[in-house]
Design a protein around this ligand. Structure first.
Ligand SMILES: O=C(O)CCC(=O)C(=O)O
Ligand SMILES: [Fe+2]
Length: 366
C-alpha cells in the first residue's frame, strides 16, 4: 500500500453493495453486471483431476516436529508453493479466540450504519479506508464487495483518521491480530526459504521492515450471483497473503488452475496462504503467484480478512542469483518494491497484468 499520488480521478458512483442489497434486493445496477460471458463467475468447466482441494500444511510439524516429520512437512510445503501457489495452514499457533474476536469486530464494523462507515472513506484512487479499491474510471465494472483496508506496519503507513472509533476495541485488536499474523509470515518465509535451499539471511534483509496491510472484504449475498463478481481476478502484489474466512461463510474464493476456476473449501481454523508477486520474482518464477477471485452467494453474506505481507518500499528486488542459470535466464528485471506497490495500487485488478511491470520482455516470452 504505497502512498499514491493525489491526482483527481473520476470514478463515477461507487455503489455500497450492502445498502444496495437492502434497498433493492433484486436489482443489479448495470455497472455491476459483467458484460462478457467470459467475465461472469459461472463457467461450465469440465471436471478436472486437479479439482481437489488445496494442500494442507501443518506448521507444528515444522516448528516442533521430529526430524522425520519436519522433512516430510517441508517437502509438502515446497510442493504446495510450487504446484499450487496456495495452501491452508493448520496448527499455525494463533489462538482461535483472537481470530474469532477479530472476525466478530470486523463483522460489527460492516454492520454499522453507512454514515458511520463513511467517516473513514477510501478516497478515489487510494487503497485505505472504507469503500472499493482499484476503481479508476467511470466505465469500469464494480465488484460486489465492500472493503475496509488499513495499512498497519511499519507505523508510518498508518492513516490514523481512518482507524475506526467503533466498534470499541477494533483498532487495538487489529494491532494484536496483525502482530500474530506477522509472526506467522516470518515463520512461513523462513521455512519457504528452506524449501528453496536459501540461507535465512537472504530473506531477512528483504523483510527487515516488512510492510503489512489488512483488507477486510464483505460480500453481501446477491440475487444474481451469476452476473456479478465479488472480487475481480488478480494475483496479490505481496510476498505472502494470509486469508482468514469468517466461520460459516459460503465458499467464495476460487483459484485459477490449469485454466479452470477451482473453489477453495476452507478447513475450520485453518488460514489460507498464497504466494504473492514478490516471491514469484525472487524465485524467478519457480514459485508463482496464482490468479484468484471471489464469487458471491445467492443466500449468504461472506466475510474475509486478507493480510498482505511485503518487503519494505526501499528494497530493490529481482530474481536471486540462485534461480538464474543457462536454462533459466532471468525473467524479471531489477526494480524498487515501492515503485511496484505504487504501480499495483494504481491499476485495476486484472489477472496477472500488474506483474508485467517486472517482466523482461523477450521475443519468446508469453
Ligand atoms: O475474499 C477472498 O476470498 C479473496 C480475497 C483476496 O483475494 C484479496 O483480498 O486479495
Ligand atoms: Fe487476493
Amino acid at each position: 500500500m504505497a502512498p499514491v499520488p493525489m491526482t483527481p480521478i473520476k470514478v463515477g458512483h461507487i455503489y455500497d453493495v450492502q445498502e444496495l442489497r437492502s434497498a433493492t434486493p433484486t436489482v443489479i445496477p448495470e455497472r455491476c453486471i459483467r458484460d462478457m460471458a467470459d467475465e461472469r463467475p459461472i463457467k461450465a468447466t469440465p471436471p478436472h483431476p486437479s479439482m481437489h482441494n488445496i494442500p494442507i500444511v501443518d506448521l507444528s510439524n515444522l516448528i516442533q516436529g521430529d526430524e522425520d516429520q519436519f522433512q516430510r512437512e517441508l517437502i509438502k510445503l515446497g510442493t504446495s508453493c510450487q504446484d499450487w501457489g496456495f495452501f491452508q495452514v493448520v496448527n499455525h499457533g494463533i489462538d482461535k479466540e483472537l481470530l474469532e474476536r477479530m472476525e466478530k469486530l470486523t463483522k460489527e464494523f460492516f454492520m454499522l450504519p453507512l454514515e458511520e462507515k463513511k467517516k473513514y472513506p477510501m478516497e478515489p484512487g487510494t487503497v485505505q479506508g472504507y469503500g472499493q479499491a482499484f476503481v479508476f474510471s467511470e466505465d469500469q465494472k464494480l465488484d460486489w464487495c465492500n472493503m475496509f483496508a488499513l495499512g498497519v506496519e511499519p507505523h508510518f503507513i498508518r492513516i490514523p483518521k481512518l482507524w475506526p472509533a467503533k466498534p470499541a476495541n477494533f483498532s487495538e485488536t487489529l494491532v494484536e491480530y496483525s502482530a500474530h499474523i506477522r509472526k506467522l509470515c516470518q515463520n512461513l518465509l523462513r521455512f519457504i526459504a528452506r524449501t528453496l535451499s536459501l540461507k535465512e539471511e537472504v530473506l531477512n534483509e528483504m523483510f527487515a521492515a516488512a510492510v503489512q496491510a489488512v483488507r477486510m472484504n464483505y460480500y453481501p449475498s446477491c440475487s444474481r450471483p451469476d452476473l456479478v463478481m465479488g472480487l475481480s481476478p488478480h494475483s496479490d502484489g505481496s510476498a505472502l497473503t494470509v486469508l482468514q474466512e469468517a466461520a460459516g461463510s459460503p465458499v467464495g474464493l476460487q483459484i485459477l488452475r490449469d485454466n479452470a476456476w477451482v473453489p477453495v473449501q476452507p478447513v475450520p481454523n485453518a488460514l489460507i496462504i498464497n504466494i504473492g508477486d514478490t516471491i514469484e520474482v525472487v524465485t524467478n518464477g519457480k514459485y508463482k503467484s496464482v490468479e484468484h477471485r471471489a464469487v458471491v452467494d445467492m443466500e449468504k453474506d461472506r466475510l474475509s480478512l486478507a493480510t498482505f505481507y511485503a518487503p519494505s518500499y526501499e528494497i530493490d528486488l529481482g530474481p536471486l542469483k540462485e534461480f538464474i542459470n543457462e536454462n533459466h535466464p532471468s525473467k524479471y528485471k531489477k526494480y524498487n518494491h515501492g515503485e511496484y506497490s505504487r504501480h499495483y495500487v494504481t491499476n485495476k485488478l486484472q489477472g496477472k497484468k500488474a506483474l508485467e511491470f517486472a517482466k523482461i520482455q523477450t521475443k519468446l516470452s508469453s
